[in-house]
Ligand binder design. Sequence first.
Ligand code: BT5
Length: 252
Amino acid sequence: MEGLQTQMIGQPTHIFERVSSTNDAARTLAEQGAPHGTVVIAREQDHGRGRQGRSWASPPGGLWLSVLLRPQQPMPKWPRLGFAGSVAVAQALDRLLGVQVRLKWPNDLVLNGRKLGGVLLEASQGYVILGIGLNVNVRLSAFSQELAPMVTSLEEFLGHPVDLVGLTQEILRQLEEVLAAVQTDASRLMNQWRDRSMTLGQHVRVRGLAGSFEGVAEDIDDDGVLRVRTEAGVQHVIGADVSVREIREAKP
Ligand code: BT5
């Protein structure tokens, strides 16, 4: 990608008009031996997906991107990479556009109470695919009736379209920086996430495979595990298996 100022992330970048899911395209490249940092971008996805098999609306004008990472850290540390993804996007939006998103645990990007984007981390043997979805130049009319009231886009928020290529390059630049830092200092990344968090301090409902419960989201640890205080004690919540809904601000 011309003008990209990174050493590894986005070197190379594959750009497609339409794919099923950029995460799948990146996985295919990974299996063919593509290097760490390979990026896949598509203008549209037919079967974009979220976590737990949820579907991800991917009309043209959005940023639908996946990064192939071959981490040096052991697998239990890989969930950090999802946090690196959401922090990198938040920092890019802040620095380039002055837009301040809030992060909803684990890795939703929220603007004005509506979902602007999300991160999907999928691990395989020896590599991980970091998928980033961001509603950039998308009108709300491009979404289904159910989704439209819950989502937003940068164009909708700012009142004008933004330079998608410039934003993509800034996100990749931020991602490279955050990933380099996380190798040596994961707690710094988690502090960056905490600074933008809308989940911590909230009364939340956790819905997982084993049922649901409510409590106060107290903190996250360096691996992104959420600590929720319930009447029965502290529960540790792992992002891959649950969804968390803020109910109201917890009383001090
Ligand atoms: C996520 O899942 O938030 C992760 C989304 C990751 C999408 C990227 S796009 C590039 C790469 N390739 C893929 O196939 N995926 C990744 P989750 O937390 O499970 O949220 C999914 C929920 O968000 C859905 O059930 C909808 O309610 C909502 N949703 C769907 N499409 C949306 C959109 N475009 N913008 C905002 N919310 C959306």
